[in-house]
Design a protein around this ligand. Sequence first.
Ligand code: SAM
Length: 248
Amino acid sequence: MELYKNIFIKRNLYTCTVLNKEALKSSKSRSASSHRWLTRQLKDPYVEKARQENYRCRSAFKLLEINKRFNILTPGLVVVDCGAAPGSWTQVALKLTNAIGKDEDKAVGRVFAIDRLPIHPIDGATILGNADFTLPNTQSTLKQLLNGQPVDVVLSDMAPNATGVRQLDHDKIMYLAYSAMKFAVEMSKVGGTFVTKVWDGQQTSEFEKDVEKFYKSIKIIRPPATRDESAEMFILAQGFKGLKQLKT
Ligand code: SAM
């Protein structure tokens, strides 16, 4: 019972928890959907890979795959990770920007992780847990922490709790994506990068056009680690033009 309780608390907190077979056995007595969810987790090779490589969840591989193709994270960069819990993108960003300073010959980066949920400490990251990114208070705290330092890369893997109503979920994630974009436009260095998750829908192409106004190039990416059945995709915008060059 205790094991079951822990797993489901974690499922709520960390939508991408690494699980084991014992969990599956104990879920059999629970709802069919919980059992299906656990079965899928256990069959998923990325879940096992995350466990082996010490990532807090499988999402790490989405960012690693994006980075492998586009090399967006390099030593010395300042990164803001929006919707960071449980923290696997932050772990990846810390490593690739050398934020812990492990590689003494390379520049040392900084990583800021924000989520409306609590985030367990991650060595080397500046963490803002229990903080809704869309609220002005959160963003002013973040700006204070940045202390005038422009941002090289804004990442947003933010996602609302899905209701299963496609249009509603799409609208909710677009609200989060616009909030991240507004922050990126305000705080990025010229030449900076913005990556955001969206669930494809009615507003996607308008959003792409809006992002394109501020960046030299945009790409739509579905990393291999994204599940086949998911409407998820990532918009990668590179080469922030700076606000002055914006044509109205
Ligand atoms: N990238 C994370 C990782 O690798 O560990 C996983 C992120 S998870 C898919 C989406 C996250 O977005 C959730 O932790 C959720 O709490 C967060 N989120 C949703 N709305 C948010 C908001 N308004 N402000 C901050 N975080 C939010």
